[in-house]
Design a protein around this ligand. Structure first.
Ligand code: DSN
Length: 426
């Protein structure tokens, strides 16, 4: 069959776009070539419903080895005692945890989406908010830090079955011990969704949630730099302290309940090609070079944050401890939408984002979110952060000057081509 040029030409265009732009979307990254190769491999052809050694199909002996390798490596990465690598995404990982641990109508408590939280932590637009009774905590107006007092007060008042920590747009570390303490007081489970900072946690540059949180979920494609997918892990707490039951009414270990919730609970056949790519990515994370990469991510983020503050940009919480920063643009008389669209024209890619206590809709927003994992993978170091900030500022301060923006786009291209991306692809 002839190659589908329509699709492959578009993929080539996407490669050019990725090569020539400054990628600042905090949830994106560039995988290694071998991660991409594994995700585009023959394993895509295999049905393997079930788990290694317990499948519903023949011919699973090789994918069993691949999936076992992915699980073993992931357990090493996070010093976990149990892991499931089948969730197709972070949302699926969270859905499986809820299915295993909650009944429809049960109460959950998470960080408000408008304060930096995630859709699956109880948003009314999402299954989590439709199926469960969601309560929220926020961040403090003055400091931009998680309002732990509000979290504790709401937990004590509402007694949710599950407290969820983790965020999509929060630039500070978490006090997992404090959250576990109030959860123990009210008899709640703690779920940490570490989709954003997982790579920094794996490298030991941020607090470790696995010691305190009963269950930890993540995506694999953000700071972990793997293929697009999800994972679930536990280190302790296998004893099922709340007597949760499987669909047949039997009390089982937490890990058995979580496995059952992923398959057959919410998914059918696992994506073994993606699981192969996860295994490759986890192998890369176990290499000492990954820790250096995450240290660079943190340093780049802090350097960029300082350069933005120097130019008068208002960062929520005043700075960052992880890979991202959230900027309130109201003092610059710009909306997040306008900033995103204008920077896009200069080939600087990021996303508009609500800021805490935003007066604008989520389609407009007062802020933007900037992340450095992708440019750090490209090889940019702290010295380059000023150059990037100067380009961002030049575009935002001249948002209606199309000629200037076109010139910056050329500068962006010339700058980024110094940092080759997938040279093997020609
Ligand atoms: N949409 C992802 C992000 O950009 O943070 C979270 O799911």
């Amino acid at each position: 069959m002839a190659q589908d040029n329509l699709v492959f030409d578009l993929l080539k265009k996407e490669l050019t776009r990725q090569r020539e732009g400054i990628e600042l979307i905090a949830s994106e990254n560039f995988t290694s070539l071998q991660v991409m190769q594994a995700s585009g491999s023959v394993a895509t052809n295999k049905y393997a419903e079930g788990y290694p050694g317990k499948r519903y199909y023949g011919g699973c002996e090789v994918v069993d080895e691949i999936e076992s390798l992915a699980i073993d490596r992931l357990k090493k990465v996070f010093n976990a005692s149990w892991a499931n690598v089948q969730p197709h995404s972070g949302a699926q990982a969270n859905a499986a945890v809820f299915l295993a641990c909650l009944k429809p109508g049960d109460k959950i408590l998470g960080l408000d989406l408008s304060m930096g939280g995630h859709l699956t932590h109880g948003s009314p637009a999402n299954f989590s908010g439709k199926t469960y009774q969601a309560f929220f905590y926020g961040v403090e107006k003055e400091t931009g830090l998680v309002n732990y007092e509000q979290l504790e007060a709401t937990a004590r008042a509402e007694k949710p079955k599950m407290i969820i920590c983790g965020a999509s747009a929060y630039s500070r570390d978490w006090d997992y011990a404090r959250i576990r303490a109030v959860a123990d007081e009210i008899g709640a489970l703690v779920l940490a969704d570490i989709a954003h900072p997982a790579g920094l946690i794996a490298a030991g540059v941020l607090n470790d949630p696995l010691n305190y949180c009963h269950i930890v979920t993540s995506t694999t494609h953000k700071t972990l730099r793997g293929p697009r997918g999800g994972i679930i892990m536990m280190r302790n707490d296998f004893e099922n302290p709340f007597g949760l039951k499987d669909p047949k009414g039997n009390i089982r270990s937490m890990s058995a309940l979580l496995d059952l919730a992923v398959f057959p609970g919410i998914q059918g056949g696992p994506l073994e090609h993606i699981i192969a790519a996860k295994a490759v990515a986890f192998g890369e994370i176990l290499d000492p070079a990954f820790k250096l990469y995450q240290q660079d991510v943190q340093k780049n983020a802090q350097t960029m944050a300082a350069a933005l503050v120097e130019k008068g940009y208002q960062l929520i919480s005043g700075g960052t401890e992880n890979h991202l920063m959230l900027i309130d643009l109201r003092n610059k008389n710009l909306t997040g939408k306008k900033a995103q669209e204008t920077l896009d024209r200069a080939h600087i890619t990021l996303n508009k984002n609500s800021v805490p206590f935003d007066d604008k809709s989520p389609f407009v927003t007062s802020g933007i979110r900037i992340g450095v994992p992708a440019i750090t993978t490209r090889g940019l170091k702290t010295d380059h952060m000023q150059i990037v900030v100067d380009m961002i500022d030049k575009v935002l301060m001249n948002a209606d000057d199309e000629q200037l923006i076109a010139n910056v786009k050329q500068d962006v291209k010339a700058f980024m081509l110094q940092f080759p991306l997938y040279p093997e692809l020609g």
